[in-house]
Design a binder for this molecule. Structure first.
Ligand code: GRF
Length: 190
């Protein structure tokens, strides 16, 4: 993505809790960070994660409109704030092919499984049910096909006999926080 002295500008899209957003903000404040979070967008006005944007005085907007309108507003703001990359973090809508063409900057996502295994929802219960030995998380580029773009960082964890979907989710969320930062640093170090 090209080295430069100025920090890369990130927009984060969320729909809920926002623990990944919280962690990205925390990291972005470190001197060594190559990025800064300039914009947070949500498709839910009651998304808990919006509070992290507010506390940290990051511009934030929520549009509970239909997807095409959300995307239109998003494109405008991305241009206005000269954003370099969009990070999806628990964003529960599937962005349209039109948006992905028009946005003109990379869009990346974090998914709680070892892609290409377990695309879609409820990955932890599905991993346990299928008796998988390992699970984890993946940061990947977003393409038109769901959970299918090129992988940037993947982190793996052993599924223990005593794990249930909740314990596994907790452990993987910790990994997610590390993986997202690593992925961005990797992209910005090119
Ligand atoms: C994470 O597990 C992420 O992988 C998935 O949605 C969850 C979002 O969590 N896409 P949070 O909102 O960042 O806490």
């Amino acid at each position: 993505m090209g080295k430069s002295n100025s920090k890369k500008k990130i927009a984060v899209f969320i729909s809920g809790r926002g623990s990944n957003l919280k962690n990205l903000i925390k990291y972005s404040k470190l001197k060594k960070s190559k990025f800064t979070i300039c914009l947070v967008l949500s498709n839910k006005s009651n998304a808990k994660g919006l509070k992290y944007a507010r506390i940290n005085k990051i511009k934030n907007f929520s549009f509970e409109k239909k997807l095409s309108l959300f995307e239109k507003k998003a494109i405008k703001l991305i241009k206005k704030f000269k954003i370099n990359i969009v990070c999806l973090a628990g964003f529960m809508r599937i962005l349209s092919p039109l948006f992905l063409t028009r946005v003109k900057i990379p869009v990346i996502n974090i998914h709680p499984s070892l892609l290409p295994r377990l695309k879609g929802l409820n990955t932890h219960s599905r991993a346990i049910k299928a008796n998988h030995k390992y699970s984890g998380c993946t940061v990947h580029f977003v393409e038109n096909k769901l959970d299918s773009g090129e992988i940037i960082v993947q982190k793996k964890i052993k599924i223990l006999k005593k794990d249930n979907p909740e314990t596994l989710a907790k452990k993987i969320l910790k990994l997610e926080h590390k993986a997202y930062v690593e992925a961005l640093e990797k992209l910005f170090n090119f």
